[in-house]
Design a protein around this ligand. Structure first.
Ligand code: UDP
Ligand code: MG
Length: 351
């Protein structure tokens, strides 16, 4: 059989209790991917939804043979769900996207275009963000803190939305860490990266599925998995405080020996200085122990080596034949052909 000259692109979308959105989501996805001249598989990962999401996804799959539904054994969370989809994806490139239409599918052709132009990693970066209330305050603060603390540059204001080519996707699949912060891991693996800007929409419907607590944990993962600066901060604070205490101590002893008070207070009455020193040092010690605890807890998670997710079932359409594809090694040439074809034929050109 003649190999199919088009690349295969996988789209991975985590879904948790989004039953009301699924049809609209797939319509928009289908519209967007129809604009890209490639073979597609759309992998919806059902993250243990307790509404009709799985049923709706199976309906969509019955209608569209490009759809694959991955069913997880329970609710594992946003990052594990994406990792599960990424592990199943067979495409020459994998697009990651949220399922609540906050990541607009209409940007997908731009991501693919950036890939065809040679980027191995494409990051979709929000040029605006429409979070309200506490989240509207906490997200910018988080990105400021992360930007300051991170040991290497992680593109800020970027979530999981973006594209990974096969090599980058394999690299991320090989990272077995349990506390996953994908935007950080994507920056960590490196590779030629391109940023595409887009406007982040509001949720198309339903409630956010990430509780504030989960977002806080996600933020802590981002900071503690990609930075040793908090530890260094403890060390620095400890050194600074103990050096000050040493000088202060020597000064007190000298003044005491000379029979003098300090700032007009006789030294025996030094309740204030003692209580201040005790509370201050106690506070610094507790913060330091807490920071150590954050790292140790993560070490404990990692040494357990538990799987990141468990897949209960993978539903594929029987007609889906993605094994007629040419081997990935032949891909570079094919991409060139594909690109020149799409340049020749304006109907194939991506916007
Ligand atoms: N999601 C998931 N598992 C979860 C929580 C969320 O698969 O435990 C999915 C959810 O369906 C959505 C995406 O992850 O498609 C992002 O979640 P959400 O919009 O709730 O997060 P936010 O945008 O508020 O950070
Ligand atoms: Mg969302």
């Amino acid at each position: 059989m003649k190999p199919d000259p088009k690349p295969l692109i996988s789209l991975v979308v985590p879904v948790y209790n989004e039953a009301t959105l699924i049809e609209r989501l797939h319509d928009e996805v289908a519209q967007a991917i129809d604009r890209v001249d490639a073979n597609w598989e759309v992998i919806y990962v059902d993250d243990g939804s307790c509404d009709e999401s799985l049923m709706k996804l199976r309906d969509v799959q019955a209608r569209d043979s490009r759809v694959v539904v991955v069913e997880l054994s329970r609710n594992w969370g946003h990052q594990p769900a994406i990792s599960a989809g990424l592990s199943v994806a067979k495409g020459d490139a994998v697009v990651l996207m949220d399922g609540d239409l906050q990541d607009p599918p209409s940007v997908i052709p731009d991501l693919v275009e950036a890939w065809l132009e040679g980027a191995r990693v494409v990051v979709a970066r929000r040029s605006s963000r429409k979070d309200r209330g506490l989240r509207g305050v906490l997200f910018p603060l988080f990105y400021k803190v992360l930007g300051f603390l991170s040991d290497f540059p992680i593109p800020l204001n970027a979530g999981i939305f973006g594209l990974l080519d096969r090599q980058a996707a394999d690299a991320i699949n090989r990272l077995s860490e349990t506390n996953r912060y994908l935007p950080g891991m994507r920056a960590w693996v490196g590779y030629k990266t391109k940023v595409v800007f887009y406007d982040r929409a509001e949720r198309a419907g339903g409630e956010t599925k990430q509780s504030l607590w989960r977002l806080v944990k996600y933020a802590l993962d981002a900071i503690f998995s990609f930075s040793y600066k908090p530890l260094r901060f403890c060390l620095g604070a400890g050194l600074a405080v103990s050096s000050f205490a040493m000088i202060y101590g020597v000064a007190l002893v000298v003044l005491r020996l000379m029979g003098m008070g300090m700032f007009g207070i006789s030294i025996v009455d030094g309740y204030t200085s003692i209580i201040v020193a005790v509370l201050f040092l106690g506070g610094i010690q507790l913060i330091s122990v807490g920071i150590l605890g954050e790292y140790i807890g993560r070490i404990y998670d990692e040494v357990k080596r538990r799987p990141l997710f468990l897949i209960e079932d993978i539903h594929r359409s029987e007609t889906q034949s993605i094994d007629n594809r040419p081997p990935v090694s032949a891909l570079a040439d094919l991409l060139k052909t594909h690109k020149s074809e799409s340049q020749r034929d304006p109907a194939h050109a991506q916007s």
